[in-house]
Write a protein that binds this ligand. Structure first.
Ligand code: UDX
Length: 470
């Protein structure tokens, strides 16, 4: 086996596209397939469809050389030593993951397999999917010796996707076949041996040639569960701290201090303990629901997961009530909103709590001026501008003459605003921060009444003095 592996990646969404360019960066030869011709044309022509650090540069470097794009699955998979399935697994009505795209791709692969190939599920899928893919292959007449199915879940986050892919905490490979394990080990060798990190052009991150990431070999089912359980656990951590933040509000304590104190326990750790307006995005809401359904189907009582979802849902309503209690009545109150993306650093608005809160506020009769550094174009497709919703060009334009300014996404630039300028612009200097981006004392020093999550509210004594100022 040469060091360069021929890889096909099916699906050019977040995971597929990032995996394709990162495999090229690791020295492999990649064909990325998507059945959306427009998307393929755009990728071939030099577009980068998602807002993601390092991706445009890597695409520029490898497009049409080490990474080719096509809509022809048979052509892409012919001669590939490994085929990564990275298509969508959307949520159906009941919460169950819809695996019809995975099934369709597996049947199509089955039609073109002629030599031994490893089929790798990269999409987040419920336990037993691996077995189903195997069955689909066999039902389509592929001999058992021609393929193995491996589960290799992806843990990248949006906004830091390329770095996460190349600097993973761990690489999980679930397989019962030694031959397939050898192919996957070879693919990830530049990372696991640390050789990638020695290259001068390597993308920076926490892995080094001295501390390369480990590769964990497991059974296929364990690998599938590792992915669902990890996402559900992180969502649980967020819901837990959100519930604690509600308790802190009731007790007049400070959740940031509580989270810091908890996070110093190395068994708990400080990450994913930031309270806010609830988790969103294309993964946590869908994966918690899918994992809950998996447990139900297997006859396991995992009611904890339903509670994680309930707390997350309530957190948005609690924030709306916070706005109401800060402003007394809502109808006709002019609001500035900072943030629409489900988190900072991305233009993704899927399951964004910010979007839901804006929708609730519009329904309450609040005219809104909104700004997001990257997500406005996408947001306009679901929330068109209207007499109650105006998209503006920066945070200060969103603050002009408003009754209160709301922070809904944790963009780092929202944490560095000129507070004196804000104070002068707003009709009433009131900031309601759903992401705890500011030190409450700093707000008071700048004459702003500040409401945040799980911390005592800081009222500025002259809070109504700045009306009409500029
Ligand atoms: C997540 C997982 O982290 C990743 O491993 C998996 O592959 C895909 O799903 P992502 O959806 O990109 O990644 O975002 P993440 O950074 O995990 O944040 C998810 C949501 O939780 C966001 O809405 C974020 O604002 C929220 N969050 C995160 C909090 O509210 N508090 C936190 O402490 C962390």
């Amino acid at each position: 086996m040469s060091n360069t592996i021929r890889i096909a990646v099916v699906g050019s969404g977040y995971v597929g596209l990032v995996a394709a360019v990162c495999f090229a960066e690791m020295g492999h030869s990649v064909v990325c397939v998507d059945n959306d011709q427009q998307k393929v044309d755009a990728l071939q022509g030099g577009d980068c469809p998602i807002h993601e650090e390092h991706l445009p540069a890597l695409l520029e470097r490898y497009r049409n050389s080490k990474v080719r794009f096509t809509n022809d699955l048979a052509e892409a998979t012919r001669g590939a030593e490994a085929i990564f399935i990275a298509v969508g697994t959307p949520q159906s009505g009941s919460g169950v993951a819809d695996l019809s795209y995975v099934e369709a791709v597996a049947s199509e692969i089955a039609r073109s397999l002629t030599t031994y190939t490893v089929i790798v599920e990269k999409s987040t899928v419920p336990v037993y999917t691996n077995e189903w893919i195997r069955r689909v292959m066999e039902r389509n007449g592929v001999a058992q010796h021609l393929f193995d199915v491996v589960s290799n879940p992806e843990f990248l986050r949006e906004g830091t996707a390329v770095r996460d892919f190349l600097h993973p905490d761990r690489i999980v490979v679930g397989t019962d076949s030694e031959r397939a394990a050898a192919v996957l080990s070879k693919i990830y060798e530049p990372l696991t041996t640390g050789s990638y990190y020695e290259q001068p052009s390597a993308i920076d991150g926490f892995c080094t040639s001295h501390e390369p990431p480990p590769l964990l070999l497991t059974s296929t089912k364990s690998a599938e569960i590792i992915k669902h359980a990890s996402n559900a656990f992180l969502a649980l951590k967020i819901s837990f701290i959100n519930a604690v933040s509600n308790l802190c509000e009731a007790a007049n304590a400070d959740v940031e201090q509580v989270a810091r104190g908890m996070g110093m326990d190395s068994r708990i750790g400080p990450r994913f303990l930031s309270p806010g307006i609830g988790y969103g995005g294309s993964c946590f809401p869908k994966d918690v629901a899918a994992f809950r359904c998996v447990a139900e189907q297997l006859g396991v009582d995992f009611a904890l997961l339903a509670e994680v979802e309930n707390i997350n849902k309530d957190q948005k309503i609690r924030f709306l009530n916070k706005v109401r209690s800060a402003l007394w009545t809502l109808r006709g109150k002019k609001l500035g909103v900072l943030g629409l993306a489900f988190k900072g650093g991305t233009d993704d608005i899927r399951e964004s709590p910010a979007i839901e809160i804006v929708q609730m506020l519009i329904a309450e009769g609040c005219p809104i001026k909104v700004f997001d550094p990257a997500a406005m174009e996408r947001a306009e497709q679901v929330l068109p501008s209207s007499s109650s919703l105006q998209y503006v060009s920066d945070a200060y334009a969103a603050s002009k003459d408003v009754d209160a300014l709301l922070i809904l996404t944790d963009w780092s630039e929202f944490a560095r605003l000129d507070l004196q300028r804000l104070n002068r612009l707003m009709r009433y200097p009131i900031v309601i921060d759903g992401r705890n981006l500011y030190d409450p004392e700093l707000m008071i020093e700048n004459g702003i009444t500040y409401f945040s999550v799980g911390r005592p509210t800081k009222h500025h004594v002259h809070e109504f003095a700045a009306a009409g100022a500029n």
